[in-house]
Design a protein around this ligand. Sequence first.
Ligand code: KIV
Length: 276
Amino acid sequence: MYAQLQQRGSPRPPVNVSTLQKMKAEGEKISSLTAYDASFAALVDEAEVDVVLVGDSLGMVIQGYDTTVPVTVEDIIYHSRAVSRGLARPLLMADMPFMSYSTREQALANAVRMMQEGGAQMVKLEGGAGQVEIVAYLASHDIPVCAHLGLKPQSVHKIGGFKVQGREGAAAEQMRADARALEAAGADLLLLECIPSDLGAQITADAHVPVIGIGAGPDVDGQILVIYDILELTPGRKPRFVQNFMSSTGSPMEALRAYVAAVKSGEYPADEHCFA
Ligand code: KIV
C-alpha cells in the first residue's frame, strides 16, 4: 500500500511522468526497452531501464506475425499483466493495438482496461493530426499518453513497407506540426520512429515534453529498442538502428546494463544507427 509514497525517498523511486520531465530538463537521457513477460521485465528493472513498453511488436517477436496489425487489446493486457509483476521502478507503458482507438469512446474504454487489468501507467498510440482529438479526450480523463510519430508500423499496409519517414520537406513539416498539436492536446511523451536525425533533433527542440526515439538520431531525450533485438534473439536482418549488446557482453543482464550505460552516455546511437 502507498508504495509510491514509501519509495519516494529511496535510491530507486518509481519512474513517473514527472521523473521523465525532470530528466528532460536536466539533460539525462531516458532509457527504454520493450518487454513481454515477467522474467525479462525483472531483468530490465534490475538493469535500471527507465521506461518499459509492452509493444505491439509482440505480434512479430512473440506471435510470429509479419506485422503488428493482428495484435489485440486482450494480447496487450495479458502481456502487460505479466510484465507488471516483474517491475518495481520503471514506468510501464502499453501499446494500443491497431483499430483499438478509432473513436474517443473506444480509445478511453480500451485505455482504462489496459491500466486497470494490465497495470499500464501510460498508453501509447500511433498518431498524427487525425489522433489529436483522441489524445485530448484521453488526457482530459487523466490517462497518460505517448504519441508515436514517424514510421507507424500499424500503417504498414498503407505506407507500403517499413521505411524511413519525413525525408521530404513537406512530410517533415507535417510531422513537426503533428508533434506540436499532439503535445498541445495533452500527450505526455512523444516517440519518434525511423526518421532523419535532423528532424528528430528539431521535434525534440520544439517539444516541452520528453521525446524518445528509435532510429531518430542522437538528439532526442532518450532511446527505445526491442529487447529481443539487442539480445540477438531475433533471427535474420535487423533494422539499421539496432545494436547487438550481447556480442560484447555475453550475458543478458550485462547486455541490458551496457545498453542503459550507452544510452545514458550518448554512446548509443552512433552514426551507423542513424538516418540522414
Ligand atoms: O511495438 C513496439 O515495440 C514499438 C517500439 C518499436 C517503439 O512501438
